[in-house]
Design a protein around this ligand. Structure first.
Ligand SMILES: [Zn+2]
Length: 472
């Protein structure tokens, strides 16, 4: 009898140890959540067509994210609308709870601060990194740390940022470090007071090393408003989202694991402006950041989980007009609409009397339009659209601001936007709107616990699934 009891005790202990061991050893220790802001299925697919685009060949080159074994869709309605905004969607993805469009990390009545996955992961001993190619106090990244009544409260968000001991912020800077009208206490200084190190030069970012904590690493080469330059404009000096992801791994890698959210924030901006080629380059830039995580995953496949998804789709993009797509034509666009606008503004300042013919040459250089050898002959309607835009901008002095907010639609008839519209149309891209749509978003998953994501689910379930796999 005694022997039997002893045996049972031994077996139970062994079983307990085994279960205990398997629970600690098989969780998702290293979790990457990539969010392509505005990246619906059409945005991904258009990029895949573009990658392989050759005249006369109909074939696509799948992005790395589409090689992931689990691929599904996720609903993303907010508490106030079937069509979400970034902050409501990101709040759902970070807290598991719905809120109204416009709110960051709080309940619809703005009375309750929701606890987010970053806070939970920190409590459980994980390191946490939050990265974005747009301002780090912008809607999506903010929803992974802040609690504010409105996404427009950039300053309040930036002041709240250092309160949660998040280990690594990477990418864009603060939008209004001294408040929208200036004169308020500087939010970088506030972060430094709370123990953060700001690294905003190539040298300082290079020096960041394994084990560094409370880091805010900001791209030294970006727009003054705090977001990256467009990937299409290939600023050689500028660091990419992939660079910041790599640095994040280097800084945060540790035995207890980490949670890293990486946002490709400008896919949405390009889609709001219906700038197809610029959007494609932003999707490709996000895909390169995913590749960095994938390389990490290959070394630790049993402990790493990578999820690539979106908050919502933007622009109601449809590849195909009259049953046709000519993605190879998109390769002739060499510049973002924003930077072509700047070119036009500069031109107007230096040479206000510029002729339409001179302008046509510039349009041909950067968009290929008007070059019949490559199949981009302009028809009568297209020519008159461009002339109309030229007259408005150069003769009637309609103001075109290259740095206007991406949601500002006042410039729709600028030469740059008209050129992009014509090229998109010739290539077969049509846009249904300049806003978000309510279409469910794609989810691509690889790694530890990937099967957990195999069904159609809601964005509030996303953090619940991740937390379950992380054991928190
Ligand atoms: Zn948007």
């Amino acid at each position: 009898m005694l022997k039997t009891i002893k045996n049972i005790v031994i077996i139970s202990m062994a079983l307990f140890c085994f279960i205990g061991y398997s629970q600690t050893e098989t969780k998702a220790k290293y979790v990457f959540l990539f969010i392509g802001d505005g990246m619906g299925a059409s945005q991904i697919y258009t990029a895949e067509m573009y990658l392989n685009a050759k005249p006369g060949e109909i074939k696509v080159e799948p992005l790395l994210m589409n090689s992931f074994p689990v691929r599904t869709n996720m609903t993303n309605y907010s508490a106030s609308s079937y069509v979400t905004t970034s902050c409501a969607a990101a709040t759902a993805m970070s807290t598991g709870l719905k809120t109204n469009n416009g709110i960051i990390g709080k309940s619809p009545n703005q009375k309750i601060d929701y606890e987010n996955i970053s806070q939970k992961a920190k409590k459980a001993g994980f390191k946490v990194g939050i990265l974005s190619s747009v301002m780090i106090d912008h809607a999506t990244p903010a929803s992974f740390y802040a609690h504010q009544n409105s996404r427009d409260m950039y300053y309040e968000i930036s002041m709240e940022l250092p309160n949660y001991n998040i280990d690594y912020f990477g990418g864009g800077g603060f939008h209004y470090p001294e408040g929208e009208n200036g004169g308020q206490p500087n939010s970088y200084e506030n972060a430094i007071k709370k123990g953060y190190t700001i690294a905003n030069s190539h040298e300082e970012i290079n020096k960041l090393k394994h084990g560094d904590e409370k880091i805010i690493a900001i791209n030294p080469d970006m727009y003054p408003s705090g977001e990256f330059y467009w990937a299409i404009d290939k600023n050689e000096e500028a660091l990419t989202l992939a660079d910041f992801t790599k640095k994040g791994i280097e800084v945060m890698d540790n035995d207890k694991g980490f949670f890293m959210m990486v946002e490709g924030g400008k896919i949405d901006w390009a889609c709001h402006g219906n700038d197809g080629v610029t959007m494609i380059h932003e999707v490709l830039a996000l895909n390169e950041a995913v590749r960095v995580a994938y390389e990490f995953y290959k070394e630790r496949p049993d402990e790493t989980l990578i999820i690539v998804t979106a908050d919502h789709e933007t622009g109601s993009l449809y590849p195909g007009i009259n049953y046709a797509m000519n993605p190879e034509l998109l390769k002739y666009q060499k510049i973002s609409v924003q930077e072509f606008k700047r070119k036009m503004t500069d031109l107007k300042n230096t040479n206000p009397e510029v002729s339409f013919n001179t302008l046509s040459d510039l349009i041909q250089e950067d968009f290929g339009l008007g070059n019949s050898e490559i199949g981009l002959t302009l028809d009568k309607d297209e020519l008159s659209m461009l002339k109309l835009a030229y007259n408005a901008q150069f003769k009637k002095n309609n103001a075109v601001d290259a740095d206007a907010d991406y949601l500002d639609k006042n410039d729709v008839n600028s030469i740059a936007e008209t050129a992009a519209y014509i090229l998109n149309k010739k290539a077969g891209i049509s846009w249904g709107s300049g806003d978000h749509s309510g279409t469910p978003v794609p989810v691509k998953v690889i790694g530890k616990g990937q099967e957990e994501f195999s069904e159609y689910f809601d964005n509030t379930d996303l953090p619940k699934k991740i937390q379950k796999l992380m054991g928190i």
